[in-house]
Write a protein that binds this ligand. Structure first.
Ligand code: ADP
Length: 248
């Protein structure tokens, strides 16, 4: 699949919870093949932005367009991956059933699986190397395995855009390496990756672009340039003297 020309455009996006402002005047464009890190101190608006992009919050001001259509009309093409949490109590469900859920937006109202739905599910399980654990319950998995399951669900959905909320949190070193490779492979195969992220020292290794938020937009651009920006350094380092401890 090559969707390199498929673009996400945000123009002057603001969002308030009641009278509390979470985001003000966010504008940027990214396209398939890119990996965008959302950076900013706690409470900066990263999750709010992800939820707006996922169509889980209604837009209030400005526009969020995917391929020139409002994102909430393009939900089949945009997949939201939940945070992994090994201690979360999941509904008992097997890996292959979670992946198969990616086909739901493609099914008719009878929800009957066709051969194409089975094939896409099997292909996603194979791509994310989940064959040996496809019959395991999701809550028996490690954080890295859960992450791969959710990515496989997004692949089964045939989503072009993957939104991830702090995907590297709670993973061991090996799983972080695998996830980083998976994100690279996904963009090579034409996906757009957008992830909130906390580990400042590896942004330029993992992501091509970065958006720095602190309610307003502090910086946006190619990751190496953004990370050199003095305003960015001030925003990301001064507010969070303990971030380095969280990384270790
Ligand atoms: P981040 O993900 O960067 O930590 P959030 O998007 O979660 O930031 O939060 C942005 C701001 O909006 C914060 O000030 C937070 O307290 C506020 N906020 C987030 N969710 C809600 C909510 N459901 N109701 C009211 N305020 C909220």
């Amino acid at each position: 699949m090559n969707h390199a020309h498929h673009q996400l455009d945000l123009t002057n996006v603001s969002f308030h919870y009641g009278n509390k402002e979470a985001l003000r005047a966010i504008s940027f464009s990214v396209h398939c093949g890119q990996r965008l890190a959302l950076l900013g101190p706690n409470g900066a608006g990263k999750s709010t932005l992800i939820r707006l992009l996922a169509g889980l919050l209604p837009p209030q001001t400005g526009s969020l367009l995917w391929r020139e259509r409002p994102v909430n009309q393009a939900r089949r093409e945009i997949a939201y991956l939940p945070q992994v949490d090994r201690h979360q109590r999941h509904f008992p469900i097997r890996v292959r059933d979670v992946v198969a859920m990616g086909r739901f937006p493609h099914l008719g109202h009878l929800r009957r699986f066709r051969p194409i739905d089975r094939a896409k599910t099997a292909e996603a399980i194979e791509t994310m190397n989940l064959g040996s654990i496809a019959d395991h319950q999701i809550d028996q998995l490690s954080g890295g395995q859960q992450q791969r399951t959710y990515i496989a669900r997004a692949l089964a959905q045939e989503a072009h855009v993957l939104l991830l909320d702090e995907p590297f949190n709670g993973l061991d070193v090996e799983s972080r390496c695998h996830l980083s490779e998976s994100l690279f492979d996904l963009t090579q195969s034409g996906h757009l990756i957008i992830a909130s992220h906390h580990q400042l020292e590896n942004v330029t290794q993992i992501f091509t672009h970065a958006l720095v938020l602190d309610h307003t937009q502090i910086a946006f651009g190619q990751a190496p340039e953004v990370m050199m920006d003095e305003n960015v350094k001030a925003t990301l380092h001064s507010c969070h003297p303990h971030d380095h401890e969280r990384v270790l």
